[in-house]
Design a protein around this ligand. Structure first.
Ligand code: ACO
Length: 330
């Protein structure tokens, strides 16, 4: 089967990470945990944590500036700005509008997309749709995540997993056979309570009781999330590969959501892709929600691991539950 012809392509990526490194040893003095436990269960050694004055919008804006500069695109040439975030700076207005102001994409219309860790891959598909419809020539897809702001720093089961960061890509019409070849996304709202923040929204507005119960922070059923993550990403990979007309052997590089090395290894195994062809940086950054995929793509390009013409498969999974897989010819 021949591959579908791409309509849209990532022309450049960018990333922005806070300078402050928090190691597992640092966490040992904050909660009852150990470097060994964290490394063995998650593969994480350290993560970046933003200071109090750095917002999710700042991280997204830093990544967006880098992507625009590398693409050679003037901010005023951007038609649409899509921002995926699980950690919006405010509930109103969108983080996208804050990033628009920071980076000066004054001719774009900007909006947030809420799909947790899968958000950036969802955003990429939305960008592809704008371009396929002929409604945009430059779409900026940004992930902006300050997970440290929504994590309970007294809950060892969650606080050791997350980090902060921003990632971005400029998406333009494809001119040859390089670009987005296929994607498959899914969600299952019936499993929302496996990973969520119960309080702080319109259903449970913030009050002293919400704060006391810490209902404004992340709650997670770790084992259930783990199982669903592997199942959904493996299935997403299979469907995206089938739609691309590829087999696992055709994939030069798998760039998965970086939540946990055991989830990555299990997903790669079920997808039939050996670990030598999997990009991993979860050890240095932890889980930065939707920012993990664009940051990984950006580092893979910079390290020369990802080169023009290679077949890339990216998979993601997150709260919702949501998941997605996208096949690209880079
Ligand atoms: N340090 C030391 N001990 C810990 C820690 C910690 N940080 N956290 C939990 N434990 C303890 C538990 O209390 C438990 O102790 P007990 O046996 O005395 O009750 C023991 O370790 C085992 O706990 P489990 O939760 O069963 O450990 P598990 O092997 O499932 O690993 C983990 C936990 C790492 C959270 C795993 O379930 C996981 O990775 N789940 C996926 C979560 C995830 O990645 N979520 C991110 C959002 S979704 C996404 O991005 C994919």
């Amino acid at each position: 089967m021949s591959s579908p012809k791409p309509t849209a392509r990532i022309v450049a990526t960018g990333r922005c990470l806070p300078d402050r490194v928090v190691t597992n040893h640092d966490l040992e003095s904050m909660v009852d945990t150990s470097d060994t436990w964290i490394r063995e269960r998650t593969g994480i050694r350290e993560r970046r944590i933003a200071d109090a004055v750095t917002s999710a919008a700042d991280l997204g804006a830093g990544a967006a500036r880098m992507a625009l500069c590398r693409a050679g695109v003037d901010p005023l040439e951007v038609d649409v700005l899509i921002v995926s975030t699980a950690t919006p700076d405010r509930l109103l207005p969108s983080t996208a509008c804050d990033i628009q102001k920071l980076i000066g994409v004054g001719n774009a219309y900007a909006f947030d997309l809420s799909a947790a860790c899968s958000g950036w891959l969802y955003g990429l598909t939305v960008a592809e749709g704008f371009i396929a419809a002929g409604r945009a020539r430059n779409v900026l897809v940004v992930a902006a995540e300050k997970m440290s702001a929504i994590v309970d720093w007294e809950d060892r089961a969650t606080c050791v997993l997350f980090g902060d960061g921003g990632g971005a890509a400029v998406v333009q019409p494809a001119v040859d056979d390089r670009g987005i070849v296929s994607s498959h996304h899914g969600s299952d709202g019936a499993l929302a309570d496996l990973l969520y923040r119960p309080g702080g929204g319109a259903v449970m507005p913030m009050d002293e009781e919400v704060l006391r119960r810490k209902d404004h922070l992340v709650k997670m059923a770790g084992r259930e999330v783990f199982k669903n993550a592997v199942r959904s990403m493996a299935e997403g990979a299979e469907r995206a590969l089938a739609a691309a007309g590829w087999t696992p052997d055709d994939v030069d590089l798998l760039v998965p959501h970086q939540a946990n090395i055991r989830i990555i290894e299990a997903t790669a195994k079920y997808a039939g892709i050996p670990m030598e062809r999997v990009f991993v940086n979860v050890d240095r950054y932890g889980n930065m929600s939707s920012a993990t995929v664009p940051i990984a793509l950006d580092e893979a390009v910079e390290q020369g691991v990802l080169e023009p013409g290679m077949n890339v498969l990216s998979v993601a999974f997150g709260a919702g539950l949501t998941w997605g897989a996208t096949a690209l010819r880079w």
